[in-house]
Structure formats: structure tokens, C-alpha cells
Design a binder for this molecule. Structure first.
Ligand code: T4K
Length: 393
């Protein structure tokens, strides 16, 4: 796993300056929980026997049904990744003009708008949930606005009722980027039930993974059929012609099979995450200037991430604490710095101005996502808490 992280230079990797000073084995922000390899072999055998490798085979159908049952949703369409799912969700929604979204997310959120020729309009976040602040949405609505694209960032719920009320008042669609929200619930059940559409990511770094993968959750059978057509090049149901400009967003049988296996262990994985989350919260509770995020309206968390905010009372800056952890081979991440609104393809939009997004700018300078994954042991969690406590000035 250490090899993975050292060979990829993407969002933000540990730099040479933060190279490990201790002999401790490197701990990264996440690590996928893998079942025994032997448990995967019967699935592979079935695929080999069938010679059906993709295009909606039996593994694919079984995983869609199993996920609907597990998540308590009615219609799900699997995708090769969350980004393609989001691009297709925006396409099936038939949007035009402007879409209100958050600057505080992974870049795939806004990129999916550009891929649909839609204009992102950034609205600031709530300082406590780090999600779109509903109180600021209406001021950003114009006659060109057609939708809101909120993100349940880190798996913590958006203020779904306030967003729904605004959308209804202005006749807007709501498409949730729920890439982080697998298994997270509020009083109404799965967070995925909110909005006109919601998307998930099943990337290796997610709570539930198919190596790469994703899904769209929709409300009715007709929409599911349109999504399935769009992810299959736009082919007609009988395959004789092409009716719309679709893409290839399909999930292969091998990915779907891995999902079926992962699903068997997901409750145990979520429970292990919950215990780690509790241990962090208890250990960090007494440290002035370290704030943990609390999911507002959450009834069941998925503990996909463990973000902390390093506030001025801590006495030591966020980057100094980040470097201190890295020097002890603990590699958290400063998700989501840089803000999307600061990236070259977004910074010229009027709504991307830092003056429009003061909370997002403040919080992104304070955040560290600490390591959290099912196999992270208590001793390491305690070591990380000890490092943070020891760094306080
Ligand atoms: N919307 C939102 C809000 C999202 O956060 C994302 C993706 C999407 C949409 C799009 O969904 P996908 O198209 O990706 O399905 C990661 C993921 O690549 C990305 O899926 C995720 N969000 C984003 C937040 O994080 P990186 O560049 O941080 O990943 P990487 O490779 O640096 O991995 C982080 C750590 O995880 C490594 O230090 C080691 C560990 N790791 C990683 C991989 C890939 C493993 O232990 N095993 C692995 O296989 O982007």
C-alpha cells in the first residue's frame, strides 16, 4: 500500500519535506478493507464459466438488487466510476444554464458540470457541517439557474429539508453528489433518498468499494431505463439503433462481483469505523483548538472520513501539525485544498471570488482528514491522538 501512495502524485501526496522521520510503518488516510482472496475465487470461477465479462451480466444484476435492498432505495444504476455517474445524472436531468454548487469538494463535482456545458455557481459553506449553506443559496439564484448540486461532504448530511424547500420554491432540480455517503442515514433513512437523483462513488478509497465504480440512485423505473441507455452509448433497448448521445459508463462483471463480496462485510467495516471515530472523538475532546465535525441530522454515520479543524486556540497552525504527523509517518490529507473555485478552470467565474466564499477559504486552511479505515488499530489511533496533543502550544 505504501508503494501505491509513493508512486501516484495526484491530489496531495506526502512531499519529500515531510518524509518519514520515524521507522513506524506509514499510515495513510485510508486503506481498503479486503476479504480473503480465496473468498473471491468462486466469483471469478462463475465469470469464467459464463464467459460474460460485462454489458449487464448476472453479477451486475445481482449487485444492483443487493444494493437496493441494503441501502433501502428503489432504483440504482451501476457505473464504472462516480464521475461518469455524476456526468450522466446531470445529462439525464436535462439541465441548462447555471447550477449552484459547493467549492468545498473533490474536483469531480464541478468537472461534471463543465462536461455538461453547465455553468457552476459557487455558494459558500456552513462553518459547522462544511456543506452548502442553504441561507446563501437563494441570493445566487438567477433566471438561468436550473438545479442545485450539493455534496454530502465527508458523508455528513446536507441540510436536505432547507435545500428541498428552496428548490421547490424556485422550480429547481436537486442532484446530490453523495459520493461519500454510502450507508449514512438521517431520520428518513438513507441519505440517498433525497433529491431528484443522487450519485455514489465505489472507488477504492470509499467505505464500500468495487475497486472503481459508482452508481446513480433515481426515483422511478422510466428514469432508470434512460440512465441505463445513456451509460450504454445511447443504444435502443433492442440494440438495433442509437437513440441518444450516451457514453460507456458500464461496470464490468468482475467489479460487480467484488461488490457482492464486499457487501457481505460492509456492516462489520462500518462498525469498525464507528469505533475508531468514537475513539478519536474521546481522545481529542480535551484538546483546545481541535474541532471534530458533527453530522447534523445524522442518525447513522458512515465514518468515511475523520476531518478535524485546527483552530487558532490550538496555538500551532494546521500545516505545522500536518507536517508533525507526517514526520511520524502519519499521512492524513488536507481534503479539499485547493478549493475547486481556486483551480485554473474555475477561478474566473464571478462566484469563485474568495470574497464570495469566506467560510470555505477559512475551513480549507484548517482541515486535516485523519486516517480512518476498518483495519486501523487502536494503538495507532492513540498514537495519532498523542501526537496531536503533544503538538499543542
Ligand atoms: N464526488 C466526490 C465528492 C468525490 O470525493 C469523488 C471522488 C467523486 C465525486 C468522483 O468519484 P470517482 O470517480 O473517484 O468514483 C481520491 C479518489 O480517487 C476519489 O475517488 C475521491 N473522490 C477523492 C476524495 O479521493 P486521491 O487522489 O486522494 O487518492 P489517492 O490515490 O491519493 O489515495 C488516498 C490514499 O488511499 C493513499 O494515500 C493510499 C490509500 N489507497 C489508495 C488507493 C487508490 C489505498 O490504500 N489503496 C488504493 O487502491 O483521490
Amino acid at each position: 500500500m505504501a508503494k501505491h501512495a509513493q508512486t501516484r502524485k495526484t491530489w496531495e501526496q506526502p512531499s519529500a519535506a515531510s518524509a518519514p522521520a520515524s521507522d513506524r510503518q506509514a499510515v495513510y488516510v485510508t486503506q481498503p478493507a479486503l476479504p480473503e482472496l480465496e473468498a473471491f475465487l468462486p466469483y471469478l470461477q462463475e465469470i469464467w464459466d459464463s464467459h460474460i465479462l460485462t454489458n449487464g451480466g448476472s453479477m451486475h444484476r445481482r449487485l444492483e438488487a443487493a444494493l437496493c435492498a441494503y441501502l433501502g432505495v428503489e432504483h440504482i444504476s451501476l457505473f464504472c466510476n462516480g464521475t461518469q455517474a455524476l456526468i450522466t445524472a446531470l445529462q439525464v436531468a436535462g439541465l441548462s444554464g447555471e447550477v449552484i454548487t459547493t467549492p468545498y469538494s473533490f474536483v469531480a463535482t464541478a468537472h461534471s458540470l463543465l462536461w455538461n456545458n453547465l455553468t457552476p455557481v459557487f455558494v459558500d459553506i456552513d462553518p459547522h457541517t462544511l456543506n452548502l449553506d442553504p441561507a446563501r443559496i437563494e441570493a445566487a439564484i438567477t433566471e438561468k439557474t436550473t438545479a442545485i448540486l450539493p455534496v454530502h461532504c465527508y458523508g455528513y448530511p446536507c441540510d436536505v429539508e432547507a435545500i428541498r424547500a428552496i428548490a421547490e420554491r424556485h422550480g429547481l432540480q436537486v442532484i446530490y453528489d453523495a459520493a461519500h455517503a454510502f450507508g449514512a442515514q438521517d431520520a428518513s433513512g438513507s441519505l440517498l433518498r433525497h433529491g431528484d437523483l443522487a450519485i455514489l462513488s465505489f472507488h477504492a478509497t470509499k467505505v464500500f468499494s468495487t475497486f472503481e465504480g459508482g452508481a446513480i440512485i433515481c426515483r422511478d423505473e422510466a428514469t432508470k431505463r434512460r440512465i441505463d441507455q445513456l451509460k450504454n452509448f445511447g443504444l435502443s433497448a433492442d440494440g438495433t439503433t442509437v437513440e441518444v448521445t450516451g457514453t460507456n459508463g458500464k461496470l464490468s462483471e468482475i467489479h460487480a462481483a467484488f461488490g457482492l463480496l464486499q457487501l457481505q462485510g460492509v456492516d462489520e467495516a462500518l462498525e469498525k469505523r464507528r469505533r475508531i471515530d468514537q475513539r478519536y472523538r474521546a481522545g481529542l475532546a480535551g484538546i483546545a483548538g481541535i474541532r471534530c465535525i458533527q453530522g447534523v441530522g445524522e442518525t447513522v454515520g458512515n465514518h468515511a472520513y475523520f476531518p478535524i479543524l485546527v483552530e487558532p486556540e490550538f496555538g500551532v497552525g494546521r500545516d505545522a501539525l500536518f507536517a508533525h504527523l507526517a514526520a511520524h509517518n502519519i499521512h492524513g490529507r488536507r481534503y479539499f485544498q485547493p478549493l475547486i473555485s481556486g483551480l485554473p478552470m474555475y477561478r474566473e467565474y464571478p462566484s469563485a471570488s474568495p470574497a464570495n466564499l469566506p467560510v470555505a477559504h477559512q475551513r480549507v486552511e484548517q482541515v486535516i482528514c485523519l486516517p480512518i479505515y476498518p483495519d486501523l488499530d487502536d494503538a495507532t489511533v492513540d498514537f495519532i491522538i498523542g501526537l496531536i496533543a503533544g503538538a499543542a502550544a
